[in-house]
Design a protein around this ligand. Structure first.
Ligand SMILES: Nc1ncnc2c1ncn2[C@@H]1O[C@H](COP(=O)(O)OP(=O)(O)O)[C@@H](O)[C@H]1O
Ligand code: SF4
Ligand SMILES: [Mg+2]
Length: 368
């Protein structure tokens, strides 16, 4: 886990966009990303004004309930948003690609897989049932101009071993001959075979039993360290990434509502939505009797508020301002009381939240 004390010495020392440590090498840089889906009511944003840094050598956990926009964000990183959606604004820089959103045709096909490895949500079911795993890996390599079949197979065998899979058996198997956990590990082999430096895994442990979950998470940690990847793990369950991620990013209604070093976000969540997610999980909230499901339901595309805070319908702390003004990500402060008269406040290292009450803009007057 890394912390950042230097870059947030004052509210103006950060753009409130970046929560990474100075000197960290960016693997992916997303700026101002907006993805809209065409609906009967017009174009609606599933991802709105998202900034995100994924530094090399770190794991970022992207969490939020179903429908928050997590998968749409991940698909946008591949420039693979399905119709009737499209990237309406923003840029996505990867180590070998200046802006993924601008690529098309052959350049885009080549960049997918080499610049960014992707393990799809439900990837256990995304393999071709009629072809052996090894043949599918060779197809993938060939599509990316890798003609050295021997080198590709050696790499595939090595990756299988890293995943705890028997290389000979796995590469000659059809998908139905593998368990769910094995198929998920094969999905990671596919994502890494072209040596990307950014790895995105969408719900990699959903639908796996506890032991397979643990194995897959251990493998993710291991390959991330070994290859110095910038890894993004998407999950609706904050407990999955609590031990694994260096950084946590919380999404709601298409917006990032809080992000920062995992330890800070878990210990002192600033955004009421993050608090709600944590309180719902006994293993993190620490008290099984007090674990509370988050009341209400997340919005869908048609019910996301156009103006003001996306969370206001479910928020117990909402004030008038929340209906009219969309909060931006601001540094989170913690107040320390020394005695009855004296108090000071300090910035929490690298943590930002979008909430008029919990992380107000420096000039804002909050009246409750
Ligand atoms: N292909 C699609 N067509 C229309 N709406 C979509 C499509 N894919 C996702 N959406 C909508 O975009 C929003 C975000 O979805 P998604 O990114 O899948 O969320 P998450 O991965 O966080 O569950 C949801 O309201 C969802 O209904
Ligand atoms: S901005 Fe307002 S509605 Fe949104 S989370 Fe903060 S207090 Fe709640
Ligand atoms: Mg999803």
């Amino acid at each position: 886990m890394r912390t950042n004390s230097a870059s947030l010495s004052s509210p103006t020392a950060t753009t409130a966009q970046s929560v990474t440590v100075p000197g960290e090498v960016p693997g992916a840089e997303i700026r101002g990303l907006k993805v809209v889906f065409q609906t009967p009511a017009g174009p609606m944003p599933a991802v709105n004004d998202v900034d995100l840094d994924l530094p090399l050598g770190t794991i970022t956990g992207l969490v939020g309930e179903s429908g928050s926009g997590k998968s749409t964000l991940a698909l946008a990183m591949m420039n693979a948003v399905p119709k009737p959606g499209h990237i309406a604004a923003g840029s996505i820089r990867l180590p070998s690609v200046t802006d993924m959103t601008r690529l098309q045709g052959k350049a885009l096909r080549l960049a997918r897989g080499t610049a960014l490895g992707y393990v799809f949500q439900a990837s256990q079911n995304s393999l071709n049932p009629l072809k052996r795993i090894g043949a599918q890996l060779l197809d993938l390599g060939r599509a990316h101009g890798m003609e050295d079949k021997g080198a590709l197979l050696r790499h595939a065998r090595e990756l299988c071993e890293r995943m705890g899979l028997d290389p000979v058996r796995t590469l000659s198997a059809y998908q139905h001959e593998l368990s769910g956990g094995m198929r998920q590990r094969v999905g990671i082999v596919f994502a890494l075979i072209l040596n990307p430096s950014v790895l995105v895994l969408d719900e990699p442990t959903t639908a796996l039993d506890m032991i397979s979950q643990r194995t897959v998470l251990d493998i993710i940690r291991y390959v991330q360290r070994e290859r110095h990847l910038a890894t993004l793990i998407i999950t609706h369950d904050i407990a999955i990434v609590a031990d694994l991620a260096d950084y946590l990013v919380v999404m709601y209604g298409g917006r990032v509502v809080e992000k920062g070093p995992t330890r800070h976000v878990l210990q002192r969540a600033a955004h009421p939505y993050t608090e709600g997610l944590i309180a719902a999980i006994p293993r993190i909230s620490g008290d099984i009797d007090r674990a509370q499901p988050l009341p209400g339901r997340p919005p869908d595309l048609l019910s996301i508020p156009r103006q003001g805070c996306v969370f206001r319908e479910r928020c117990a702390f909402a004030i008038d301002q929340c209906s009219v003004q969309t909060p931006g990500l601001m540094p989170v402060r913690v107040t320390r009381r020394h005695d009855a008269l004296e108090e000071d406040s300090a910035l929490l290292d690298g943590q930002v939240a979008a909430c008029h009450v919990r992380a107000p803009a420096p000039s804002a007057k909050v009246s409750t």
